[in-house]
Design a protein around this ligand. Structure first.
Ligand code: G1P
Length: 309
Protein backbone atom coordinates (compact mmCIF):
# COMPACT_ATOMS: atom_id res chain seq x y z
CA UNK A 1 0.00 0.00 0.00
CA UNK A 2 1.26 3.49 -0.90
CA UNK A 3 2.51 5.77 1.89
CA UNK A 4 1.13 9.25 1.27
CA UNK A 5 0.62 10.54 4.83
CA UNK A 6 3.11 11.88 7.35
CA UNK A 7 2.50 12.66 11.01
CA UNK A 8 4.71 15.41 12.42
CA UNK A 9 4.45 15.91 16.20
CA UNK A 10 4.92 19.59 17.05
CA UNK A 11 3.19 19.89 20.43
CA UNK A 12 6.37 19.87 22.56
CA UNK A 13 7.09 23.06 24.49
CA UNK A 14 10.74 23.28 23.43
CA UNK A 15 12.10 23.74 26.96
CA UNK A 16 15.61 22.77 25.80
CA UNK A 17 15.68 25.88 23.61
CA UNK A 18 14.48 28.46 26.18
CA UNK A 19 14.44 31.46 26.33
CA UNK A 20 14.19 31.59 22.50
CA UNK A 21 11.10 29.39 22.58
CA UNK A 22 9.12 31.20 25.28
CA UNK A 23 6.69 32.61 22.73
CA UNK A 24 7.96 31.16 19.43
CA UNK A 25 7.48 27.45 18.61
CA UNK A 26 10.88 25.74 18.42
CA UNK A 27 9.86 24.48 14.97
CA UNK A 28 9.72 28.10 13.78
CA UNK A 29 13.35 28.86 14.65
CA UNK A 30 15.16 29.65 11.41
CA UNK A 31 18.00 27.79 9.76
CA UNK A 32 19.46 30.40 7.35
CA UNK A 33 16.17 31.92 6.09
CA UNK A 34 13.57 29.18 6.56
CA UNK A 35 11.98 27.84 9.74
CA UNK A 36 13.01 24.32 10.74
CA UNK A 37 9.54 22.96 10.08
CA UNK A 38 9.74 23.98 6.43
CA UNK A 39 12.81 21.78 5.84
CA UNK A 40 10.98 18.85 7.38
CA UNK A 41 7.83 19.39 5.30
CA UNK A 42 9.99 19.76 2.15
CA UNK A 43 11.66 16.44 2.98
CA UNK A 44 8.24 14.78 3.32
CA UNK A 45 7.01 16.25 0.03
CA UNK A 46 10.17 15.11 -1.78
CA UNK A 47 9.56 11.60 -0.43
CA UNK A 48 6.09 11.56 -2.05
CA UNK A 49 3.95 12.55 0.95
CA UNK A 50 0.66 14.28 0.03
CA UNK A 51 -1.02 14.75 3.43
CA UNK A 52 0.88 16.27 6.32
CA UNK A 53 -0.70 15.93 9.78
CA UNK A 54 0.65 18.14 12.54
CA UNK A 55 -0.06 17.00 16.09
CA UNK A 56 -0.03 20.40 17.71
CA UNK A 57 -0.66 22.58 20.78
CA UNK A 58 -2.50 25.84 21.45
CA UNK A 59 0.83 27.73 21.61
CA UNK A 60 1.85 26.62 18.10
CA UNK A 61 -0.44 28.66 15.85
CA UNK A 62 2.55 30.20 14.08
CA UNK A 63 3.16 26.82 12.39
CA UNK A 64 -0.39 26.71 11.05
CA UNK A 65 -0.03 30.30 9.81
CA UNK A 66 3.28 29.56 8.10
CA UNK A 67 1.68 26.94 5.86
CA UNK A 68 -1.46 28.97 5.20
CA UNK A 69 -1.87 31.63 2.48
CA UNK A 70 -1.27 35.22 3.55
CA UNK A 71 -3.28 37.40 1.16
CA UNK A 72 -2.13 40.64 2.73
CA UNK A 73 1.53 39.74 2.37
CA UNK A 74 1.04 38.36 -1.14
CA UNK A 75 -0.78 41.46 -2.40
CA UNK A 76 1.86 43.74 -0.86
CA UNK A 77 4.66 41.81 -2.58
CA UNK A 78 2.66 41.86 -5.82
CA UNK A 79 2.20 45.65 -5.67
CA UNK A 80 5.91 46.11 -5.00
CA UNK A 81 6.77 43.71 -7.87
CA UNK A 82 8.82 41.50 -5.57
CA UNK A 83 8.42 38.48 -7.83
CA UNK A 84 11.04 36.21 -6.32
CA UNK A 85 9.82 36.71 -2.76
CA UNK A 86 6.25 36.19 -3.88
CA UNK A 87 7.15 32.91 -5.58
CA UNK A 88 9.01 31.78 -2.48
CA UNK A 89 6.09 32.56 -0.18
CA UNK A 90 3.64 30.80 -2.48
CA UNK A 91 5.87 27.70 -2.69
CA UNK A 92 5.90 27.15 1.08
CA UNK A 93 2.93 24.85 0.78
CA UNK A 94 2.78 23.21 -2.67
CA UNK A 95 -0.72 23.18 -4.18
CA UNK A 96 -1.18 19.39 -4.16
CA UNK A 97 -0.26 19.07 -0.46
CA UNK A 98 -2.88 19.03 2.29
CA UNK A 99 -1.91 20.23 5.74
CA UNK A 100 -4.03 19.04 8.67
CA UNK A 101 -3.89 19.73 12.38
CA UNK A 102 -4.96 17.84 15.46
CA UNK A 103 -4.34 18.87 19.06
CA UNK A 104 -2.43 16.98 21.72
CA UNK A 105 -3.99 18.59 24.79
CA UNK A 106 -1.49 17.19 27.28
CA UNK A 107 2.19 16.29 26.86
CA UNK A 108 2.31 12.54 27.52
CA UNK A 109 5.01 11.43 25.13
CA UNK A 110 5.63 10.66 21.46
CA UNK A 111 3.41 7.56 21.29
CA UNK A 112 0.56 9.55 22.84
CA UNK A 113 1.08 12.34 20.26
CA UNK A 114 0.97 9.86 17.36
CA UNK A 115 -2.20 8.23 18.71
CA UNK A 116 -3.99 11.60 18.34
CA UNK A 117 -3.57 11.38 14.54
CA UNK A 118 -5.51 8.12 14.22
CA UNK A 119 -8.72 9.60 12.81
CA UNK A 120 -6.81 11.61 10.20
CA UNK A 121 -4.56 8.72 9.12
CA UNK A 122 -7.62 6.50 8.60
CA UNK A 123 -6.26 2.96 8.33
CA UNK A 124 -3.33 3.70 6.03
CA UNK A 125 0.40 3.23 6.60
CA UNK A 126 2.17 6.50 7.37
CA UNK A 127 5.52 8.15 8.00
CA UNK A 128 6.42 9.82 11.29
CA UNK A 129 8.90 12.70 11.11
CA UNK A 130 10.33 14.35 14.23
CA UNK A 131 10.97 18.00 13.40
CA UNK A 132 14.00 18.41 15.71
CA UNK A 133 16.07 16.27 13.39
CA UNK A 134 17.23 17.56 10.02
CA UNK A 135 18.64 15.02 7.60
CA UNK A 136 18.19 16.76 4.28
CA UNK A 137 21.23 18.85 4.99
CA UNK A 138 21.50 21.29 2.12
CA UNK A 139 19.51 21.87 -1.03
CA UNK A 140 20.42 19.73 -4.07
CA UNK A 141 21.95 17.08 -1.83
CA UNK A 142 21.68 13.43 -2.87
CA UNK A 143 21.13 12.44 0.79
CA UNK A 144 17.62 13.79 0.58
CA UNK A 145 16.22 10.48 -0.64
CA UNK A 146 16.69 8.73 2.73
CA UNK A 147 13.01 8.91 3.67
CA UNK A 148 11.99 8.06 0.12
CA UNK A 149 14.03 4.86 0.28
CA UNK A 150 12.40 3.85 3.56
CA UNK A 151 8.98 4.43 2.05
CA UNK A 152 9.82 2.38 -1.09
CA UNK A 153 11.12 -0.44 1.07
CA UNK A 154 7.91 -0.42 3.15
CA UNK A 155 5.82 -0.43 -0.03
CA UNK A 156 7.75 -3.53 -1.19
CA UNK A 157 7.75 -5.65 1.99
CA UNK A 158 5.22 -4.05 4.40
CA UNK A 159 7.71 -4.13 7.30
CA UNK A 160 7.90 -1.26 9.79
CA UNK A 161 10.93 0.91 9.02
CA UNK A 162 12.96 3.03 11.44
CA UNK A 163 15.91 5.22 10.58
CA UNK A 164 19.05 4.69 12.67
CA UNK A 165 22.50 6.22 12.91
CA UNK A 166 25.64 5.39 14.88
CA UNK A 167 26.10 7.77 17.81
CA UNK A 168 28.88 8.29 20.34
CA UNK A 169 28.69 5.66 23.10
CA UNK A 170 28.39 8.33 25.80
CA UNK A 171 25.28 9.87 24.23
CA UNK A 172 23.14 6.70 23.92
CA UNK A 173 21.00 7.77 26.91
CA UNK A 174 19.55 10.64 24.83
CA UNK A 175 18.01 8.31 22.22
CA UNK A 176 15.99 5.24 21.47
CA UNK A 177 18.65 2.55 20.89
CA UNK A 178 18.14 -0.58 18.81
CA UNK A 179 19.76 -3.97 18.65
CA UNK A 180 20.33 -5.64 15.29
CA UNK A 181 19.26 -9.27 14.81
CA UNK A 182 22.06 -11.87 14.76
CA UNK A 183 21.82 -12.21 10.96
CA UNK A 184 22.52 -8.47 10.38
CA UNK A 185 26.04 -8.31 8.98
CA UNK A 186 28.33 -5.44 9.98
CA UNK A 187 30.47 -3.77 7.33
CA UNK A 188 33.49 -3.16 9.57
CA UNK A 189 34.41 -2.14 13.12
CA UNK A 190 35.38 1.23 14.56
CA UNK A 191 38.54 2.06 16.54
CA UNK A 192 36.96 0.53 19.68
CA UNK A 193 36.06 -2.69 17.90
CA UNK A 194 32.35 -1.80 17.76
CA UNK A 195 30.30 -2.78 14.71
CA UNK A 196 29.66 -0.33 11.85
CA UNK A 197 26.77 -1.16 9.53
CA UNK A 198 26.70 -0.02 5.89
CA UNK A 199 24.92 3.28 5.28
CA UNK A 200 21.83 2.86 3.12
CA UNK A 201 21.28 -0.76 4.20
CA UNK A 202 18.10 -2.27 5.68
CA UNK A 203 18.76 -4.61 8.61
CA UNK A 204 16.52 -6.68 10.90
CA UNK A 205 15.95 -5.34 14.43
CA UNK A 206 15.81 -7.62 17.49
CA UNK A 207 15.27 -5.12 20.31
CA UNK A 208 14.65 -1.43 21.11
CA UNK A 209 15.25 0.49 24.34
CA UNK A 210 14.29 4.11 24.98
CA UNK A 211 17.09 6.21 26.52
CA UNK A 212 19.08 3.39 28.13
CA UNK A 213 21.99 3.91 30.53
CA UNK A 214 25.32 3.46 28.69
CA UNK A 215 25.89 0.07 30.33
CA UNK A 216 22.44 -1.19 29.23
CA UNK A 217 22.55 0.04 25.61
CA UNK A 218 22.32 -2.92 23.22
CA UNK A 219 24.29 -1.06 20.48
CA UNK A 220 25.49 2.42 19.46
CA UNK A 221 22.73 2.78 16.87
CA UNK A 222 20.12 5.42 17.72
CA UNK A 223 16.69 6.03 16.21
CA UNK A 224 16.91 9.39 14.42
CA UNK A 225 13.36 10.59 14.06
CA UNK A 226 12.07 8.95 10.87
CA UNK A 227 9.68 6.01 10.90
CA UNK A 228 7.36 4.30 8.41
CA UNK A 229 4.58 2.55 10.29
CA UNK A 230 1.88 0.17 9.15
CA UNK A 231 -1.70 0.62 10.24
CA UNK A 232 -1.51 -2.16 12.87
CA UNK A 233 0.55 0.23 15.05
CA UNK A 234 -2.71 1.56 16.57
CA UNK A 235 -3.36 -1.70 18.46
CA UNK A 236 0.05 -1.48 20.10
CA UNK A 237 -0.18 2.27 20.77
CA UNK A 238 -3.27 1.64 22.84
CA UNK A 239 -1.45 -0.80 25.14
CA UNK A 240 1.87 1.01 25.52
CA UNK A 241 2.57 1.63 29.23
CA UNK A 242 4.34 4.69 30.67
CA UNK A 243 8.06 4.48 29.96
CA UNK A 244 11.23 6.60 30.18
CA UNK A 245 10.63 10.09 31.61
CA UNK A 246 7.11 8.99 32.66
CA UNK A 247 5.95 9.37 29.07
CA UNK A 248 4.34 6.97 26.60
CA UNK A 249 7.23 6.25 24.26
CA UNK A 250 6.98 5.21 20.60
CA UNK A 251 10.09 3.06 21.13
CA UNK A 252 8.10 0.99 23.65
CA UNK A 253 5.19 0.69 21.20
CA UNK A 254 7.61 -0.63 18.58
CA UNK A 255 9.00 -3.10 21.11
CA UNK A 256 5.47 -4.48 21.60
CA UNK A 257 4.96 -4.60 17.82
CA UNK A 258 8.26 -6.49 17.39
CA UNK A 259 6.87 -9.47 19.36
CA UNK A 260 4.56 -10.29 16.46
CA UNK A 261 6.01 -8.37 13.48
CA UNK A 262 9.32 -7.66 11.81
CA UNK A 263 11.00 -4.27 12.04
CA UNK A 264 13.81 -3.09 9.79
CA UNK A 265 16.41 -0.47 10.62
CA UNK A 266 17.48 1.74 7.74
CA UNK A 267 21.00 3.05 8.27
CA UNK A 268 20.95 6.75 7.40
CA UNK A 269 23.12 7.85 4.48
CA UNK A 270 25.02 10.92 5.64
CA UNK A 271 24.50 12.54 9.02
CA UNK A 272 21.55 13.88 10.95
CA UNK A 273 21.52 17.20 12.76
CA UNK A 274 19.73 17.39 16.10
CA UNK A 275 18.30 20.89 16.27
CA UNK A 276 16.51 20.15 19.55
CA UNK A 277 19.58 21.16 21.58
CA UNK A 278 21.25 24.56 21.51
CA UNK A 279 24.62 23.32 20.31
CA UNK A 280 23.03 21.09 17.67
CA UNK A 281 20.93 24.02 16.44
CA UNK A 282 23.95 26.33 16.21
CA UNK A 283 25.91 23.65 14.32
CA UNK A 284 23.04 23.11 11.88
CA UNK A 285 22.75 26.86 11.26
CA UNK A 286 26.45 27.11 10.49
CA UNK A 287 26.40 23.96 8.35
CA UNK A 288 23.47 25.08 6.20
CA UNK A 289 24.78 28.63 5.87
CA UNK A 290 28.22 27.43 4.81
CA UNK A 291 26.61 25.30 2.08
CA UNK A 292 24.24 27.99 0.85
CA UNK A 293 25.65 29.34 -2.44
CA UNK A 294 24.25 32.80 -1.60
CA UNK A 295 26.41 33.15 1.50
CA UNK A 296 29.06 30.43 1.45
CA UNK A 297 31.99 32.43 0.03
CA UNK A 298 31.55 35.49 2.23
CA UNK A 299 30.91 33.37 5.31
CA UNK A 300 33.99 31.23 4.81
CA UNK A 301 36.12 34.35 4.62
CA UNK A 302 34.45 35.70 7.76
CA UNK A 303 34.92 32.44 9.71
CA UNK A 304 38.57 32.22 8.67
CA UNK A 305 39.07 35.77 9.92
CA UNK A 306 37.35 34.92 13.22
CA UNK A 307 39.49 31.83 13.73
CA UNK A 308 42.67 33.89 13.33
CA UNK A 309 41.70 36.28 16.13
C1 G1P B 1 12.72 10.92 20.44
C2 G1P B 1 12.52 9.40 20.50
C3 G1P B 1 13.87 8.68 20.52
C4 G1P B 1 14.71 9.13 19.34
C5 G1P B 1 14.86 10.68 19.38
C6 G1P B 1 15.64 11.22 18.19
O1 G1P B 1 13.27 11.35 21.67
O2 G1P B 1 11.74 9.07 21.63
O3 G1P B 1 13.67 7.29 20.47
O4 G1P B 1 15.98 8.51 19.39
O5 G1P B 1 13.57 11.29 19.37
O6 G1P B 1 14.96 11.12 17.02
P1 G1P B 1 13.28 12.91 22.12
O7 G1P B 1 14.44 13.54 21.42
O8 G1P B 1 11.97 13.47 21.71
O9 G1P B 1 13.47 12.87 23.61
Amino acid sequence: MKVTKAVIPVAGLGTRMLPATKSIPKEMLPIVDKPLIQYVVNEAVQAGIKDVIFVTHSSKNAIENHFDRSFELESTLEKRVKRQQLAEIRAICPKNITIMHVRQGEARGLAHAISKARELVRGEPFAVILPDVLIDDYSCNPLKDNLKEMISRFEENGRTQIMVEKVARESVSSYGIIDFAANAVAEKTDENGRAIYAQGSFLPVSNLVEKPAVEDAPSDYAIVGRYVLSDNIWDYLEYTPLGAGDEIQLTDTLKLLLRENEIEAYVLKGKSMDCGSKLGYIEAFINYSMHDPRYADELKKYVEKLLKL
